[in-house]
Design a protein around this ligand. Structure first.
Ligand code: C2E
Ligand code: CA
Ligand code: CA
Ligand code: CA
Length: 276
């Protein structure tokens, strides 16, 4: 038994080593990913579910690592947050997503508002508001076509976050609460945040498939009462679409409509949708 225990220990040790070295590899690589032009933005449509109209897109970051291949933001965003690299990376995403939307406007593809994910680490950065303002000015982008997606973790520092969000809203952009229902929000705090819309977290939308839409229904009711727009995330089936429409949630995002796509593929999707 002693012998086995020892082997287990060695196995565990080397598995842990592997995880640690991948993390170190990513950490070092991420520092150079920006200058080496390895970051990509994919776009996922937000769809008006009763008409099929595309209301906008969400920008979702990818890292095309030269050796490890396409790396998910779920893996490298936490590293970017820990190291502070999320600040320059976040600026890059904002700038590029805006420039993409301007390109779609100028080439006649359409007016496609764009939503960008913002880490709480960015909200805490004292230059954030000025950075956003400068990017909007430098690009002459229509601020109402920009949405920032934040999460409930901003509630940890409610007063300061509220102050920052108010300044952002004064720039004329929109703010949405992402992953709603998974975090720290008390309804009372939520009511006092300057946000435009709420995104129902995928986990609740998943429940619809198991015939349990009660939380989704409660969130929709609450959003209506508080005058927030509402959008469902992670919509994958026709049944979910029907349930959401039956309960007055008209906007959705998910694989049922489209996965996140490179800009060029999204253009094809838009053109195909508008020709039906
Ligand atoms: P999120 O903001 O909640 O984005 C939704 C995630 O769900 C995306 O994963 C999207 O690809 C995925 N998704 C969308 N529809 C479906 C569906 O129908 N089924 C399933 N199974 N998944 C669906 P992704 O692209 O891997 O991004 C993961 C997370 O990484 C995002 O979650 C967001 O929190 C973060 N992230 C992505 N890009 C950025 C960024 O530029 N900045 C920051 N700070 N975070 C980012
Ligand atoms: Ca999001
Ligand atoms: Ca989300
Ligand atoms: Ca999420």
């Amino acid at each position: 038994a002693k012998e086995r225990g020892k082997n287990n220990y060695h196995f565990y040790d080397s598995a842990l080593d592997q995880i640690t070295s991948r993390k170190m590899e990513l950490e070092n690589g991420l520092r150079r990913a920006l200058e080496l032009d390895e970051l990509r933005i994919f776009y996922q449509p937000k769809v008006q579910m009763d008409t099929g109209d595309i209301l906008g897109v969400e920008a979702l970051l990818r890292w095309e690592h030269p050796i490890l291949g396409l790396i998910s933001p779920a893996e490298f965003i936490p590293i970017a947050e820990e190291t502070g690299l999320i600040i320059p990376i976040g600026k890059w995403v904002l700038r590029n997503a805006i420039e993409q939307s301007i390109y779609w406007e100028n080439t006649g593809i359409g007016t496609i508002p764009v939503a960008v994910n913002i880490s709480v680490r960015q909200i805490k950065d004292e230059d954030f508001v000025v950075d956003v303002k400068e990017i909007l000015e430098a690009t002459s982008f229509v601020p109402s076509c920009l949405e920032l997606e934040i999460t409930e973790s901003i509630m940890q520092d409610f007063n300061r976050s509220t102050h920052v969000l108010k300044q952002l809203k004064q720039l004329g952009l929109n703010i949405s609460m992402d992953d709603f229902g998974t975090g720290y929000s008390s309804l009372n705090n939520l009511r006092h945040l300057p946000i435009n819309s709420i995104k129902i977290d995928k986990s609740f939308v998943d429940d619809i498939i198991n015939f349990n839409g009660s939380i989704v229904r409660a969130i929709i009711d609450m959003a209506e009462n508080m005058d927030f727009n509402i959008i469902a995330e992670g919509v994958e089936t026709k049944e979910q679409v029907k349930f959401l429409l039956d309960n007055s949630c008209f906007t959705g995002q998910g694989y049922y409509f489209s996965k996140p796509l490179p800009a060029g593929d999204l253009e094809k999707y838009i053109i195909q949708c508008s020709s039906i």
